[in-house]
Design a protein around this ligand. Structure first.
Ligand SMILES: [Fe+2]
Ligand SMILES: [Fe+2]
Length: 342
């Protein structure tokens, strides 16, 4: 294909220059609050519900949030709820809200119960099996939108083999965490720096696969350690600095005691918050939202946000962000405003 109609430089360049300002307006107009009551209603008749996704009009461009229910299979395992195995080139952090069971991630079994977390490495086959009588429920954030934006989102699901891209290329391609497989080790002939640098590039996928398999996957809810920060009491859950092979996503849980407030801050990364427990109020720039367990807030890029616990139980917020990705891109600005009063 060739370009039949070249466009004068001025027009395209001016569009680029205007983009930042236009984007600020789009952010202002994008939805923020998603009602947990409405999600619960949809879940009665659906297996899953997307709460935040750019395809639904949200301005969060790098990740999404959805909830999935694990329903019984008709024939086998009457007490079990399953999803079929799949893998994707996007990162995922799953939090179990209800139920008990196990997940097979890249061939390893991890037992979980409500309150636990699973970090799914890129392109690891995973399958969730519930062992409890009640349906298992998880809320998950993935970097799907980011990977769709760069043309690299590949989902391979055993229910839809007609859409497989890599998995049909044989046993090795099925087992690897690297799309297409990674078998090349470094072949540096030692003759020049360029030769070494290029050999490193070729070997990257091979080494990356080993790094991914060495990363942490399971976090038990009982392991969460809340510690005092300017933003309030935070438990770091999934973070590349804590041994997880997570390049884009990061997950924390914040806990605000009754009558107290979190800190206020704003940052250049996308954030999606889910209310795990309690009730209160959330300020996002010039808007205020009454919130309770089950609600979701899509925090736009660089919007000030702060939580207030107006209830009589601890307010717990599950916060997913793409901070690590933005740090890798060098877009790292975080402004700290008012501090938490703990
Ligand atoms: Fe998945
Ligand atoms: Fe934040």
């Amino acid at each position: 294909m060739s370009i039949s109609h070249p466009v004068p430089n001025d027009k395209l360049y001016l569009e680029q220059v205007k983009y930042g300002k236009d984007e600020q307006q789009r952010r202002k107009e994008s939805p923020i609050f998603v009602s947990g009551d409405e999600v619960a209603k949809l879940l009665e008749t659906n297996r899953g519900v997307y709460m935040v996704d750019p395809r639904l009009g949200f301005n969060n461009r790098t990740h999404r949030l959805f909830v999935s229910k694990h329903v019984p299979t008709e024939t086998q395992d009457q007490l079990q709820w399953k999803t079929l195995g799949h893998r994707h080139t996007v990162e995922a952090v799953i939090h179990w809200l209800a139920g008990k069971g196990y997940s097979i991630v890249d061939g390893v079994r991890y037992d979980w119960e409500a309150g636990d977390f699973i970090n799914v490495p890129v392109f690891a086959w995973h399958r969730h099996v519930a062992l409890s009588k009640e349906p298992a429920l998880h809320v998950a954030s993935t970097t799907g939108p980011l990977y769709m934006g760069i043309g690299q989102a590949v989902y391979e699901d055993e229910r839809y083999p007609e859409y497989w891209i890599y998995a049909q290329q044989g046993e090795d391609a099925l087992r690897t965490l690297i799309p297409g497989g990674a078998v090349m080790e470094a072949e540096d002939d030692g003759h020049s720096e360029a030769s070494r640098l290029y050999a490193e590039q070729v070997a990257f996928a091979y080494n990356e696969e080993h790094r991914r398999r060495a990363g942490r996957v399971l976090v038990k809810g009982s392991e969460l350690k809340f510690e005092s920060t300017a933003m309030g009491n935070l438990a770091y859950v999934v973070d590349s600095r804590l041994g997880f092979h997570a390049k884009a996503l990061a997950t924390v849980v914040a806990e605000i005691p009754p009558g107290k407030r979190s800190g206020a801050h704003r940052h250049l990364y996308d954030e999606i918050d889910y209310v795990l427990a309690g009730s209160g109020r959330c300020i996002v720039d010039d808007q205020s939202f009454e919130i309770k367990k089950g609600d979701t807030l899509a925090i736009p890029v660089f919007a000030w946000h702060q939580y207030f616990n107006t209830g009589d139980a601890p307010l717990r917020i599950l916060a997913h962000s793409t901070r690590p990705m933005l740090e890798n891109l060098g877009l790292v600005l975080t402004h700290q405003g008012e501090h938490a009063d703990h």
